[in-house]
Design a protein around this ligand. Structure first.
Ligand SMILES: Nc1ncnc2c1ncn2[C@@H]1O[C@H](COP(=O)(O)OP(=O)(O)O)[C@@H](O)[C@H]1O
Ligand SMILES: [Mg+2]
Length: 243
């Protein structure tokens, strides 16, 4: 895959994800993590090879079907001018209010929403600027429960979350990833420590993959990332400079 001709970003990547698997993706800035997951939502298409879901090339799926299959929680989720309810159900009136509230409770967003002026009917303006990045992510997690995609992709927030919000997000991730194929780009080691498989991306390639303990024992690039990460943060400026 390349964004511009002649400048390949992902090289000969071969990845098979099993149904229900929890995949953690780590690597320094610019390694190709976002590029990889962006191919799954067709923000971009591969130049060579294919991306398939259940054996079907996703370029052959109607965009609406793909959106039902793949749910995305972005680093800085987009919120619309509208109530909390409508931001969770994305203005789909056929999703009952009760279901939205149930989703928010399961995610652990209920106390945060209760503190807002009009609770679930609080109107967000200006892309939800009144909420923190972590709170916007919680709303985005509730969307996943309301829409139930088979595959979940999460580009974890890098923003410095306070430890309470961090714990909320971690719990919410456990809830939404249950029984769902999940790919998480992780900036905090703790997020993927228990992943079924961790992919270590380096210069557009899968440099290493496996479980946390096995990767540590291997003493390779992952172990180096872990050693250099302070307080479990994986993306480090000084490592990002290195090739
Ligand atoms: N929209 C884009 N257009 C051109 N190049 C891009 C674009 N997005 C990312 N890149 C380049 O692709 C490479 C991988 O970037 P990215 O996938 O964003 O890495 P990561 O998410 O691991 O930080 C980098 O060299 C980056 O500069
Ligand atoms: Mg990225």
């Amino acid at each position: 895959f390349s964004y511009t001709d002649g400048q390949e970003v992902l090289h000969g990547l071969d990845l098979h994800v099993r149904e229900g698997e929890f995949i953690g993706i780590v690597g320094t800035t610019g390694a190709g993590k976002s590029s990889l997951v962006n191919l799954l939502t067709r923000f971009y298409d591969v130049n060579d090879g294919s991306v398939e879901i259940d054996g079907t090339d996703i370029r052959r799926l109607p965009q609406a079907s793909l959106h039902r299959l793949v749910g995305l929680v972005q680093q800085d989720p987009f919120l619309f001018a509208g109530s909390i309810i409508d931001n969770v159900r994305l203005f789909r009136e056929d999703i009952p209010r009760e279901e939205v509230i149930r989703a928010c409770r399961r995610i652990g967003a209920d106390p945060m929403i209760a503190r807002l002026k009009d609770g679930y009917d609080t109107r967000l303006s200006n892309r939800g600027s009144g909420l923190s990045a972590g709170e916007r992510q919680l709303i985005s997690f509730a969307r996943i429960l309301a829409f139930r995609p088979k595959i979940l992709i999460l580009d974890e927030a890098t923003a410095n979350l306070d430890s309470q919000t961090e714990q909320l997000i971690q719990n919410a991730l456990n809830v939404v990833s249950a029984g769902r194929t999940t790919l998480v780009i992780a900036h905090r080691l703790s997020t993927v420590q228990h992943a079924d498989r961790i992919l270590v991306i380096q210069d557009g390639r899968i440099a290493e993959q496996g479980k946390h303990d096995a990767l540590l024992a291997r003493g390779g690039y992952y172990a180096e990332l872990v050693r250099h990460s302070r307080q479990g943060r994986m993306e480090l400026p000084h490592l990002a400079q290195r090739r």
